[in-house]
Every structure is written in structure tokens, then in C-alpha cells.
Design a protein around this ligand. Sequence first.
Ligand code: GDP
Ligand code: MG
Length: 182
Amino acid sequence: MTESLKPVKVLLIAGLDNSGKTSIAYSLRGTRNLPTFCKTKPTVRRNILSIRAYDSEYIIWDLGGQAAYRDEYLENFNNYFKGFDKFIYVFDVQDIERYDLALEYYEKIINLLKNRNNVSDFELSIFLHKYDPDLNNIRPNITDEVIDDLKEKIKKIIDKTEFFYQIFKTSIYCLFDKTVTD
Ligand SMILES: Nc1nc2c(ncn2[C@@H]2O[C@H](COP(=O)(O)OP(=O)(O)O)[C@@H](O)[C@H]2O)c(=O)[nH]1
Ligand SMILES: [Mg+2]
């Protein structure tokens, strides 16, 4: 009997440098321990992780976010943005000074994707990342209004009626959950 081929799902993660892409990739892989997070260095070009879970194989392409790489991806867009099932774009909510730059990069990617015929071949998720549980205390300047304003700007770039996507608040610091049950 021949073993049936396992489906492969490809996830592509992009965003500015330091937005948390590599940490998210490790979290998705389940390597969520402290030494792993302490080891993350700026990603050189791209980082590829492979994960086997249940009866599928997942490949995560983590695209390095520094300016030189961003330019390279946009210039040779079709070499990098091809054959993926899910695209995750990461905004660092704690990096208010670079919201505009992050939006600009996001818009450029979306416009290039829109110019293709197969825009609906994949799912799009947007992560408002570093939305840590104690964000209100550690960064009181990041108010609900600031986040809402960012969300509005994201929605203006591409409307959900044109292409469906979801926006999530994410953080790597949610590993331990404590809920009263009794
Ligand atoms: N506060 C906070 N820091 C994070 C979070 N995720 C990643 N970081 C930190 O952000 C920095 C950049 O992370 P990294 O994954 O290398 O970002 P990348 O350049 O986008 O791959 C590191 O110091 C991480 O520890 C998060 O959810 N909350
Ligand atoms: Mg990285």
C-alpha cells in the first residue's frame, strides 16, 4: 500500500523588521520557550520553518523585514509571493512611530497582489502584534483610539467586501492562561 501524500500548506509572514514575525513563526511551531525567543536575531533574507502537525505539513516563510529585503521583495514580487495558502501581515502596535511605514509596505504588497488574477487563492490575516496582556500599563500612550485609528487605515487599503480578511490582536506573552473554574 502506498502512503497517501500529505497536503502541504504554505504560510507567508511579512511586516517591518522587529515587528515579531520570527517570534510568531516559532510560536506557531510550538517552540515557545524563553531561550528560543532570546535567540531571535534580525532575519537574514528569509527564514523557512517546516512543521508536521496531524496529517499535514506546514511550511512557514518568514520574510526578513529590513528595508533592503522589503525593496527586493517588492521588486521581484512574483518570486517571493507565490504558491502560498495564507498570508499574514504583522503590524507592531508598540511601534507607533513606524505605523505609517508599516501601512505603506502593507499597501504596496496589497496593490501588487490585487494586480494579479488569483487574488482569492489565499487567506489573508492581519496581526496587530505585541498586543501584550499588560499593554495598557506598559504603554499607556497606545490607547484604544490609537488602535482603532490604525485599524481604520488598514481597512481603507483594502475593503473586506473586495477581499475577505481578518484582523487579530496577538502577543507572544499569552502562554499562561489562568481562569477560575470553581
Ligand atoms: N512585547 C512583545 N515583544 C515581542 C512580541 N513578539 C516579539 N517580540 C519581540 O520583538 C523583537 C523582534 O522580534 P522578531 O521575532 O525578531 O521580529 P522580526 O524582525 O519581525 O522577525 C524581539 O525582541 C522579540 O522578543 C510580543 O508579542 N510582545
Ligand atoms: Mg525575523
